[in-house]
Design a protein around this ligand. Structure first.
Ligand SMILES: [Zn+2]
Ligand SMILES: [Zn+2]
Length: 229
């Protein structure tokens, strides 16, 4: 399976060469998140959206026909979106939604992608994976997850009425959670902290795992699963 991390910039104002584009991961001919309109130029067979925040779905406030099936964890008024509740087969690939906690306003899920004996999890933005799905995650060849915050605990807010937490967990928490079950962890969706001193930030992230286990993506990073991984 060929995996291309199209965009690595979080929902922030700053950018830098190599980290200019919003979320999108192309796995063979299937696209996960559509943070930039021009990702459609890659002619994906289907698009899976993790959640309806604009940096993951550029079309939120536009009247646009994506032209291929779009799957998401919930409906979107004015758009043709298929709500995904169970595994979808596309392009020889099995795509299974993994419900996550992230936002108080929108539903979210990651996607477990299985193809050619390889298993990849793309989380989107993440506070946590919903409890009953955590233990069901199989051994993973690769996890692609987010880098909004470097501090342990990330940034968590609570709904004043329900007390429900929302936000982003920290990269150290993500590495602790995924490293026992994943051969490699790729960090994308980088937050503003990352841009102050990029070489130091890359080193800080990559030193959280064993040698070579955690890597920071750039816009356009390509991974060939089954060969170089
Ligand atoms: Zn985001
Ligand atoms: Zn988000």
């Amino acid at each position: 399976m060929r995996i291309e991390i199209l965009g690595t910039r979080g929902h922030i104002e700053v950018s830098a060469p190599g980290h200019e584009l919003h979320s999108g991961v192309l796995m063979d001919d299937v696209l996960f998140d559509l943070g930039e309109r021009h990702y459609l130029d890659r002619s994906p067979r289907a698009v899976f959206i993790t959640h309806f925040h604009e940096d993951h779905a550029f079309f939120l406030n536009e009247d646009v026909d994506i032209g291929v099936p779009v799957y998401a964890p919930e409906r979107l008024a004015g758009h043709k979106v298929k709500v995904i509740r169970s595994t979808v087969e596309v392009d020889g690939m099995s795509v299974t939604p993994v419900p996550t906690n992230h936002s108080e306003k929108v539903r979210s899920c990651g996607y477990l992608v299985e193809k050619d004996m390889q298993r990849v999890l793309y989380t989107g933005d993440l506070l946590s994976i919903q409890r009953r799905y955590r233990d069901r995650l199989p051994d993973l060849d690769l996890v692609i997850t987010e880098g909004s915050f470097i501090r342990r605990g990330g940034l968590v807010r609570r709904d004043p009425e329900t007390g429900r937490p929302h936000g982003h967990t920290g990269i150290p928490d993500l590495v602790s959670f995924f490293s026992p079950i994943a051969r490699r962890v790729v960090i994308t969706h980088l937050g503003s902290w990352f841009f102050h001193d990029i070489p130091a930030a890359v080193q800080k992230i990559e030193s959280l795992g064993l040698e070579g286990q955690v890597i920071v993506a750039e816009d356009g990073t390509v991974l060939e699963l089954g060969s170089d991984i």
